[in-house]
Every structure is written in C-alpha cells, then in structure tokens.
Design a protein around this ligand. Structure first.
Ligand code: B12
Length: 326
C-alpha cells in the first residue's frame, strides 16, 4: 500500500530515502497481499514474471471463502497490470476468466459485490481494467452512491472506504492508469502541492444518554471446545471495541489485544488465544439475531461487514467472537 501511495504521488518506491520498499521481505499472509505485492512491483516497473502470475492463480484456487471476492479483485488488477506490460494471449485468457468469475459474483438484487462498498469498489476497478465481460457497472456505481453517508463532506463510511470508493465514482477509466500517469521529471514543478483536507472530526453527534445491553460471546476452536458469554451494559451507540473493553473490565476472560490500523482496530488475541497465519486461525466477529448456539453455529452470512470500531450493536443484540480456522 505504501508503494502504491508513493507511485500515485510520483515518488519512486524503489528509492524512498535510499530504501527499496519493494524489496521488503515479508511472509505473504494472504492471497490478497501476494496479489497486492505483484501489483505494486508491476506498477513500479519492477521485474514480474509469468511465475508471479501462476502463483496468483494458484492462490486463487486455494482461497478460503472469507474475503474471496477481494482476493479475486486484487489478483485481477495485478494480472491486468502484467498483461498491459507483457502482452500475452494466455494472460488475456486468464484475466478474462477471472473477470468472468468476478462478474458472476455481482449480486442481482443491489448490483453490489458482497454488499460491501470496499469490495464493490475493488471489483469495479478490476473489471474496468479487464478484458470486457458482462456486468452491471452503472448498478454497482449506484450502490456506492447510495452508500454516501455524508453528502456535505462526500464521505462513504470511514477514510478507508472513501479511499476505495472515490476513484471508482470519480472516473470511469482503469485505475491502473492513475499510477502510470506521466510524472514530472526532476526539474519540473508542475504538480500542485498536495492539499490535505483538515480532519477536524466534524460536529459531535448528540450523545444518547440511554444504556443498552449486549450479549457478548466468545467461542474458541472450530469445534467450540471452550466458550463463555456475558451481558454487558454500555452507553447506546458504543462500538464493539468499547463493549469488549467493558466486558474485559468485568471479566478477565474477555481480556484482549488488538492491532491498530489507520481505519480501526483488529482484534488478534482474546483470553490469551492469538491469531496465527499457519492454518488460518483468526478471530472473526459475528452479529447474530439470537444467543449463539453451538449446535447451530452461524454461517458466514453473519460475519459482520465492518470491524470492531464500525459495528455498533443495538439494545438486546448478540455478538460473537469465534476463533476458527478459515
Ligand atoms: C486478509 C484479510 C483479513 C485477514 C487478515 C489476517 C491475515 N494474516 O491476512 C483476516 C481473515 C484475519 C481478516 C479478518 C477480518 N476482516 Co479482513 N481483510 C483482509 C483483506 C482481504 C486483505 C488485507 C490485506 O492483506 N491487505 C494487504 C496488506 C499488505 O495491508 P495491511 O494493511 O498490512 O493488511 C492488514 C489489515 O488489512 C489487517 N486487517 C484485515 N482485516 C481487517 C479488518 C479491520 C477492521 C482492520 C482494522 C484491519 C484488518 O490485516 C491485514 C494483514 O495483516 C481485506 C480486503 C481489502 N480490500 O483490504 C479485508 C478487510 C480489511 N477485512 C475486513 C473485515 C470486515 C474483517 C473482519 C472485521 C470480518 C469479521 N467480521 O470478522 C475481520 C477482523 C475481526 C477482528 N478480529 O477484529 C474489511 C474491513 C472493512 C472495514 N470498514 O473496516 C475488509 C476491507 C474486507 C471488505 N471488503 O469488507 N481479514
């Protein structure tokens, strides 16, 4: 992501104050991040080979169900970048197949991808860069526009969502071209200075003084070998993160740790049990209509669409953190 940000502002990720960011060696954690790395290298003009394309396609076959459309979208962008640089019939064919798979995951009802603005924006970017396939572009854009939650400020959820959505609605060309625009040479100063919108935080929403009760449950293991629950009382409009803090203050089994990203927290440990990439063991957040029942566990449709800072349960709601392998 850092490399893409530098490219789009005409900076060279291969020489960022003497560092080559593309060389950073990290174990790839997901098919999505492998594809993102190939995309960054391809856009920066680094060496990418057919071997990379084959690895992307292998990852796609192995991809688990959660976030599958995101991985398809990112892999499609990476392959499309490669096929622009190294025209080849077989890359065209594979890009078309992936585009067709992506298009077939578009929902008939609201024309979204996975009912999610980020996934939808990524799919739009990917399909615009792909060989033509049949899909409903105007419907997907409408879905994004309908999700604009602050018409005054042009916000589509948080910063993260807005970052994905804006380029999808602001242009109708392939996003790869944004990174490939001709950048000014060393002596030129044609780029206007970047202006950052001030992040004053906006007007405070009216605090609702009411309290709500939320049932928080933790399940550990695919076979739910350990589980515990607690009803916590918190101010209305509390996020799941705040609810988890309240649960942890009352009961040490709920103690947790989280990593912080610019757009929020991701919980990596609860009750000493930590995420591990090996075997794909992660904490997933579910919002479910009733108290969770181990004999009738919720399926993937109950996985919350947002993170612990985005989801704000109502009075009487049930949330579940399930440590399971994907
Ligand atoms: C891979 C992935 C995961 C993996 C991450 C672990 C791993 N080792 O790879 C797993 C499966 C654990 C995961 C879990 C979740 N994810 Co996820 N994930 C992704 C995905 C597909 C790619 C992220 C990536 O690798 N980026 C590339 C690397 C180089 O960048 P990075 O910044 O280092 O990436 C890290 C963060 O993205 C972080 N992360 C992953 N998911 C989430 C979610 C939140 C809320 C946060 C703050 C951070 C975070 O883990 C990544 C790897 O370390 C993105 C899709 C996308 N378009 O970004 C969704 C995405 C980030 N995830 C999302 C969601 C909703 C979740 C969950 C909240 C789902 C749930 N209800 O359980 C959970 C987190 C629950 C929790 N424990 O708090 C949403 C976030 C939307 C939002 N507005 O916040 C995204 C954008 C998917 C989407 N289109 O909706 N995710």
């Amino acid at each position: 992501m850092d490399a893409l940000a530098l490219l789009s502002t005409c900076k060279d990720p291969k020489n960022f104050y003497g560092w080559n960011l593309l060389e950073k060696r990290e174990r790839e954690k997901s098919g999505y991040s492998s594809a993102l790395r190939v995309l960054a290298r391809c856009l920066a003009g680094d060496v990418v080979s057919l071997r990379h394309a084959h690895r992307l396609l292998r990852n796609l076959t192995a991809e688990r169900s959660l976030h599958k459309i995101d991985t398809l979208g990112m892999s499609s962008l990476a392959l499309n970048c490669m096929r622009r640089k190294f025209p080849s019939g077989s890359l065209d064919d594979r890009s078309r197949e992936i585009a067709a798979a992506l298009a077939s995951s578009q929902r008939q009802t609201d024309a979204s991808f996975d009912s999610d603005p980020i996934t939808t924006a990524l799919a739009i970017h990917a399909l615009r860069c792909s060989p033509p396939v049949d899909w409903n572009e105007s419907g997907a854009i409408r879905f994004l526009l309908d999700g604009e939650d602050d018409k005054e400020e042009g916000k589509f959820g948080g910063v993260w969502e807005t970052t994905w959505v804006l380029p999808a609605i602001a242009t109708n060309s392939c996003v790869i071209d944004v990174f490939q625009r001709v950048c000014p040479g060393p002596g030129d100063s044609s780029d206007p200075p970047l202006r950052l919108a001030s992040d004053a935080g906006g007007a405070k929403t009216q605090q609702d003084s009411l309290e709500i009760r939320v049932n928080v449950t933790v399940w550990i293991g695919a076979d739910i070998s350990r589980r515990f629950s607690r009803i916590v009382q918190v101010p209305a409009n509390s996020s799941v993160f705040q609810i988890l803090l309240a649960a942890a203050a009352a009961d040490s089994r709920f103690q947790f740790s989280a990593d912080v990203y610019p757009w929020g927290h991701i919980v990596h440990t609860i009750d000493g049990v930590k995420f591990k990439d090996e075997g794909y063991w992660y904490w997933l957040l579910y919002t479910i209509p009733g108290p969770p029942e181990p004999l009738n566990p919720p399926n993937n449709t109950f996985i919350a669409a947002g993170g612990v800072d985005d989801v704000k349960p109502n009075d009487g709601d049930n949330i579940l953190f399930w440590y399971r392998n994907l």
